[in-house]
Design a protein around this ligand. Structure first.
Ligand code: FES
Ligand SMILES: [Fe+2]
Length: 388
């Protein structure tokens, strides 16, 4: 980790994405096909599905995905679509499936929660000519457990190493051993990229986040990770330092929980941020971890699933994380308001050619490159970038 003073940043201004990238259904479709159907994505936390048969659903565009803990105690991913005549199988956002089976609400075909095989198809006798039940399992996709999170890819060829085995400097937070004390889903009327762009810069913090800026003043020097994991989807977003009169990243700065055991004194006075693109942001504080995942529902609407994680030992009290939750809930809502205004603005003819990013929001330029490389150019465009 090295400390860098914002006053000494170097670099140059970079053009953002053009306006249409944030509202065009064709661009959205390209992103679904070339990013969302190709990458490793984070479905949620392992502890959201504690028992065999527990499930939750997730949505990407029009696709509904089902995650269920099977009898082998692993989480399995299935397309939420019946193989008989195509009904959506499960409408609920989460719940429990009894007797190890997923039953279609239309004609009662039943599938196994563990391997998706067709268990029963009423009045489809085995000897029915032209029907082989082994050809009609639920369509599945690979899942993996990583740092206590459930990951998946809709592409069974997605490179395994895109999700780094080790988190380098951030291993000391032992994310797999934490558990979620709070979870909340926000609905934001904006393109998912505007949310991601906002989350990887703090140029806006002084303007819209008085509480966050009191706790971690943006003008303080930033920590940068000089040994971040080598993955093209990993983005180190930097670490902010607490104000002198704050002991913790919260509204009051009060220390209500012990800090994580393996942190240095510098770590305990920092909040480090990183992203695994395209859709996660992690914020590592002294005594809790905040993170979110983005879910593009359509080109101008995104769900944000937010998690507040802590040591299970401190979560015996259900209000144990109220201070961390309140701090980020205020901050998140300030962000969503700014982002929804931006969604309105980028549709103007005045933004047809896009805008510009400078030094403090230089990571937006990296994200823009990522989007261009995947969806706008045939080959990756490389812009020279300075600073930090
Ligand atoms: S569509 Fe599912 S059983 Fe018919
Ligand atoms: Fe923000």
């Amino acid at each position: 980790m090295k400390l860098v003073d914002n006053a000494n940043l170097e670099g140059r201004a970079i053009q953002t994405l053009p306006g249409f990238a944030y509202y065009s259904p064709e661009q959205f479709q390209r992103e679904l096909e070339r990013i969302w159907q190709k990458k490793w994505l984070c479905a949620g936390r392992e502890e959201e599905l504690p028992r065999v048969g527990d499930f939750f659903t997730r949505q990407i565009g029009e696709e509904s995905l089902l995650f269920v803990r099977g009898e082998d105690h692993q989480v399995h991913g299935f397309y939420n679509t019946c193989r008989h005549r195509g009904s959506r199988l499960i409408v609920a956002a989460e719940g429990h499936l009894r007797q190890g089976a997923i039953t279609c609400p239309y004609h009662s075909w039943q599938y196994c929660v563990t391997d998706g095989r067709l268990l029963s198809a009423p009045h489809f006798p085995d000897q029915l000519e032209g029907f082989d039940r082994t050809r009609y399992p639920l369509m599945s996709f690979p899942t993996r457990s990583w740092q206590g999170f459930i990951w998946f890819s809709l592409d069974d060829q997605a490179p395994y190493e895109a999700l780094p085995d080790e988190l380098g400097y951030y291993e000391k937070y032992h994310l797999a051993d934490l558990t979620s004390g709070h979870r909340l889903t926000y609905e934001v009327n904006a393109n998912w990229k505007l949310i991601m762009e906002n989350s990887i810069e703090c140029y806006h913090c002084t303007t819209i986040h008085p509480q966050l800026s009191r706790a971690t003043p943006p003008q303080n020097p930033w920590w940068w990770n000089d040994s971040a994991p080598a993955s093209p989807d990993f983005m180190d977003v930097g670490g902010m330092t607490l104000a002198a009169n704050f002991e913790r990243a919260s509204l009051t700065g009060e220390a209500r929980r012990p800090r994580f055991a393996d942190l240095t004194d510098d770590d305990a006075r920092a909040v480090y941020y990183f992203s695994l693109l395209p859709h996660t942001l992690f914020g590592l504080a002294a005594d809790y971890v905040f993170c979110f995942t983005l879910w593009p529902i359509h080109v101008e609407k995104t769900l944000v699933r937010a998690y507040w994680l802590a040591d299970p030992a401190v979560l015996t009290d259900e209000h144990a994380l109220d201070d961390a939750f309140a701090f980020w809930d205020i901050t998140n809502k300030q962000d969503w308001a700014a982002i929804e205004l931006t969604q309105l603005g980028v549709k103007s003819r005045a933004f047809r050619d896009g805008g510009v990013v400078g030094l403090e929001d230089h990571l937006v330029g990296r994200f823009v490159d990522y989007i261009r490389a995947h969806t706008l150019n045939d080959s990756a465009e490389s812009s020279s970038r300075g600073g930090r």
